[in-house]
Design a protein around this ligand. Sequence first.
Ligand code: DGJ
Length: 730
Amino acid sequence: MSIAYNEAAKTITIQTVETEYQMAIDRYGCLRHVYYGRTVGGEDLRELHRSYDRGFSGSPYRAGSDRAYSLDTVCQEFSSCGVGDFRVPSLGVQNADGSRCAELRYVSHEIRAGKYSLPGLPAAWDPDGSAETLEIILRDPVTGLTVRLLYGVFPERNVITRTAIYENGGAEPIVLEKAGSVCLELPFGSWDLLHFHGRHCLERKPERLPVMNGVQTVGSRRGMSSHEHNPFLILCDRQATEDHGECIGLMYLWSGSFRAEVEREQFGSVRAVLSPGDESFRWTLAPGERFAAPEVLLSRAEGLTRLSQQFHRMVRENVCRGEYRLAHRPVLINSWEAAYFDIRADRILDLARRAADLGMELFVLDDGWFHGRTDDNAGLGDWFENREKLPEGLDSLIRGIRETGLLFGLWVEPEMVSENSDLYRAHPDWALAVPDRAPMLGRNQLVLDLSRREVQDYIIEAMSGLLERYDISYVKWDFNRSVSDLYSHTLPAERQGEAGHRYVLGLYRVLETLTARFPGVLFEGCSGGGGRFDAGMLYYTPQIWCSDDTDPIERLTIQGGTSYGYPISTMGAHVSASPNHQTGRTTPLQTRGYVAMSGAFGYELDLAKLSEGELEEIRHQIQHFRQDEALLQQGLYYRLDEFTEAQDASAWLFVSEDRSRALLNVVVRSPHANAPLIHLKLKGLDPDARYAMEEDDAVRSGAALMYGGYTLPQLIGDYPAVQLHLKKID
Ligand code: DGJ
């Protein structure tokens, strides 16, 4: 068992292959956090936590003269609120008497085989049955509020999942004003916070800051996880590098608004709390009712690279589901940057024929195909074909595309509605809007109220209708605005604070139903690119369009930032036109190909505009991709920018698990005259083995490549790139 309880010491210890997590029930019934870090072989570390009588940190009444004991200074597994801990609380409550206190005391715990599940929410799953569950019950003795802390232990992955289920065990209603999923205390050390921020067209840019005294908060109030802040963060030792130092990651399986708070308190201890929703979140728990907070993946490793690799494996194998989780994904051609709204059957068929001829496998008909959709001002909600654009109908177009040998995929944006649509005219109250207030428009569209069951059912049936009627193998599920004007006509006034959360639960129900009903369909998530790129969505859609910025040089930052937490197989990445439509930059096709291959690979450009030479190059790119696909999608990923930053270049490496193959990628971000040599040290190879490099026929040892390194030939021109293949020969 990886979870052990010591009755005499009242300690609970979780062990994974390389990490250890310790907690203890103290003399006043508080569940204390003791340790999370590298494994210490089960040695009791409670003595690390000494306590003194500290001014202005009072003691619980029942502690009497034990003045050294204060909830304000002890490390807690799940911090209480309003009863003497002045740090970031894990929860917020308003009790029936108006008080805002909850003191959570240990009641019991249970250890069981298998991983708990969270009905209605995305949660890591356990295909090989090696996970275990720890459930700890805490209760406020006055109101009866019960918090069940759940821990799912994946020993081989070095991952512990966590969440909290709130239950009203009293006789009066309790309003949750904050319902944290996880509280993590790091009592010692100097920590940096590495988080991933950005904007539309520049998502998940890493920013590393010292954890300051006070509270640093990242989060979203947009009803979606957002382009602006990703629900994934890393706390690492201030000295930590790619290869060394304590690194702890927290990844939220949640796609709505969220708050991640990191506090360094007066004595230097750090606490991180992740909770769903923003300041407007409220959830009323009537007696006997429950609220399940979304799940968090917690992982710890030595160095950022190893931490990323742990998350990659966990997300790929234990978060993503469905037939495409580990399988070959079809190389696709997407119509968006090729045609935008100018969808015409002859043009689309021509694009499909050209794509099939080059070896592509799937045609994705993006926005613009449906009723009333001539631009982005109308049509959303009316999910049937635009007869003006497709006079022979969608069915005939799909047949034509299928005859080229390609599979067919379709773009939809089912959570939205245009005012100028039949759906809106029939159900204006289905759109989110506050009574007597004109709602915000985003891209001239409104958001459907997915907290309502009938709206969920409508979307399920509308999408099922499409998937049943047509030969569709892939769906791109888009979502193109932030959510505002949260008000649901089906909720009473005192429950309106639940609307945003219920929206996301509604979305999950829709996606769960559709992915179960159509298991053979590959779903790709999208939100104006990567505005909802999170592990919650990845539970339903094993790939997500990474960004609306397809410029390969910008993509180095976007995909590189995304790689800290999310695997390559999840990042939709396409070769697009040059000059690029977002930046106007001209880049070589080779560079665009190498960057897009480090993702869920595809193309998105008008093939009719390419020269014979370019078409031939694409044909070869696809062949090369197929040869390297397993390595790219499932190999161990190493960021090598530490070696190339000074030369304005980016480098990254894939190494197969058995270390027999490796693929080095280098792209020059900004070419300079008389530039210094690019020299880098490879990682993850077998030092005693010999590797042949396909590109120069030379043989070198793993040790030479890792310790001596490799110096690249001179790279000049517009944003040049190289890919070098290594194969173990003995
Ligand atoms: C935003 C997506 O990110 C794009 O790829 C494209 O599908 C457009 N929406 C279509 O409106």
